[in-house]
Write a protein that binds this ligand. Structure first.
Ligand code: ZN
Length: 568
């Protein structure tokens, strides 16, 4: 049994106070481990860097000795104590969908960041007692009694975020006997009727496609910010979604709210229940290398949007917008000719969540999602619409997840090829494990349902005219991406160069507004580490894009298969 009390005194300082009390069971020493990463984000995060103070006491409140074994493992010498209490604090000042945050309005914790497990006692019961300001409510998927939460085992605890606040808004909907909770923290006005109608529709569709739900209750925790934000993290029976600005979540940002929510719900099966064999069980202390990030995020990205489309929540235009976004990100990344999605997924632990070295890698999100679209359509072609990628995922759920087994990359590939045949085998070889150009295979797959790819000019003017993407960073216009062999590249300009002037004038306002007025040639003053000079660039057509367009003269078979693709 591990008893935690959680409190704080100066919320503006963002430090949360923790006291962990546990019997020693006669052990001479005990080891307390904090996680180094969390499931859902495959990179080391070293949460222990947020701990400012750490001490150990016996049942009479006498200090007892301890040593640090690793950066996040503490060993306590019990000296015959019956009970040990660990007292520490944690700096909670990161507000995203998978972090900890404390201020005057809320206490938000992801236990995997800030709560310890005792080595060799991971299955113990945890009780968390909160000392909170008057009027605060607690949102959590854990068992709750007043101000106390409880759960068995560290794995379940690690999956159970907590939001404590006086301003929580809450409602529920029910699908197939399962209660879905929606919690909103942060200033916003949820349109409950609209939310319940749309969320019920995609939840129902997802459950129907898998033939069951892995858990008997589910919670959506929405962290709504006053500024623009977008982030989601999945857990076994809940998700945290960060979205803003709060006054736009029911209109301008509603498609994003639906998109991220459907994506995270799909993860309840795909990665939480259907889990790579390499993560059965999780090792919280070090990298858990796996190559199937293209399944975890590629299938989920594609299916999250597809489920919104086939449940009628998204219309064709809204769905195709998501596919065009994946295609745009793919076409603007020349890393697609350098590292496959399988290899990039393995390297997620290295640089998966940052831009990284130019043109080095692909992404397990958009690039892998395009592979899954191709596989889905090729399975539909091969089986005349009787099977699809849904069949693959259902088989993984039934034959692996429900039997308590992890799947390997060969398991996934073999099931896909079983339904899809030779063309699907080629997609694995050329695009998931290889770096061949996607576009010919994508055109061929889309032809199954009568969709063409049409050329489109890049809407980002600096990308279109010159082949670079720039962003404002600390008041400076910094180049972040350059298309290889573009006019920018050929004139010696590279990522991390700064633009200080355009046509000899300091940049006021947006670069795109200035470029709108330009013709033929633009002179950029480029500042590098050791030089600054003016470089004229001729306007051209770079970073060319493609977009999905329904064929005007699709045949009957294509029309029938397109319906099956949507309604399967
Ligand atoms: Zn995801």
């Amino acid at each position: 049994m591990i008893n935690y009390t959680i409190s704080y005194s100066n919320p503006h300082r963002h430090y949360v106070d923790f006291e962990l009390t546990t019997p020693t069971n006669g052990k001479e020493s005990m080891q307390f481990q904090l996680a180094a990463w969390r499931p859902g984000r495959y990179e080391l995060a070293d949460f222990a860097q947020n701990i400012q103070k750490w001490a150990a006491f016996d049942e009479n409140n006498n200090p007892i000795p301890f040593t640090k074994i690793t950066k996040d493992l503490w060993e306590v010498t019990t000296k015959g104590a019956m009970e040990v209490t660990i007292v520490y604090n944690f700096y909670a000042n990161q507000l995203d969908a998978g972090a900890c945050y404390l201020d005057e309005h809320q206490l938000y914790l992801n236990p995997v960041h800030c709560l310890f497990y005792i080595v060799d006692r991971m299955q113990q019961q945890y009780t968390l007692v909160f000392d909170l300001p008057k009027g605060y409510k607690i949102a959590s998927s854990m068992e709750k009694k007043w101000n106390t939460l409880s759960i068995k085992g560290y794995d379940a605890l690690a999956e159970s975020p907590i939001i404590c606040s006086a301003a929580l808004q809450h409602d529920t909907y029910t699908v197939e006997g399962i209660t879905f909770h929606m919690w909103f923290q942060g200033a916003c006005t949820p349109d409950w009727d609209k939310l319940k109608k749309d969320f019920s529709a995609f939840s129902k569709s997802q459950i129907k496609h898998f033939g069951g739900f892995p858990t008997n209750e589910y919670h959506f925790f929405f962290q709504i910010t006053p500024y623009k934000s977008y982030h989601g993290v999945e857990h076994s029976n809940n998700t945290v979604v960060l979205l803003g600005p709060g006054d736009e979540i029911m209109d301008k940002r509603y498609e994003d709210l639906l998109g991220v929510s459907s994506h995270e719900l799909y993860h309840t099966w795909n990665i939480k229940a259907i889990r790579p064999v390499e993560m059965y069980p999780y090792n919280y202390t070090k990298e858990n290398y796996f190559r199937t990030g293209f399944v975890a995020e590629g299938v989920t990205t594609y299916m999250g949007d597809m489920m919104l489309y086939n449940s009628g929540v998204f219309n064709w235009e809204e769905f195709v917008k998501t596919q065009n976004q994946n295609l745009e990100r793919h076409l603007m990344n020349y890393g697609r000719y350098n590292l496959s999605v399988a290899d990039s997924g393995f390297d997620n632990w290295l640089d998966g969540y940052k831009l990284g070295a130019p043109d080095r890698k692909t992404s397990i999100y958009p690039d892998a999602a395009l592979c899954m679209l191709m596989i889905d359509l090729e399975i539909i072609r091969n089986t005349a619409g009787k099977e699809s990628l849904h069949s693959v995922m259902k088989e993984l759920y039934e034959n692996f997840a429900l039997k308590g087994k992890g799947y390997s990359e060969d398991d996934f590939r073999n099931i896909c090829v079983k339904f899809g045949g030779l063309r699907v085998a080629e997609i694995f070889e050329n695009h998931i494990y290889g770096i061949e150009d996607y576009i010919p295979s994508l055109r061929s797959a889309l032809d199954v349902v009568g969709i063409e790819l049409k050329g489109k000019k890049n809407p980002n003017l600096s990308a279109q005219y010159f082949g670079f993407v720039a962003v404002k960073e600390n008041g400076k216009i910094m180049i972040k991406k350059v298309e290889p062999n573009s006019v920018t590249d050929k004139n010696g300009i590279a990522p991390e160069d700064e633009i200080t002037k355009v046509n000899e004038e300091k940049i006021e306002g947006k670069l795109s507004d200035i470029l709108k007025e330009c013709k033929d040639e633009v002179e950029f003053t480029i500042k590098k580490k050791f030089s600054e000079k003016a470089i004229p660039l001729a306007i051209g057509n770079h970073y060319q894009l493609l977009e999905f367009v329904l064929s005007e003269n699709g045949n009957e078979e294509q029309v029938v298969l397109r319906k099956m693709w949507k309604n399967n």
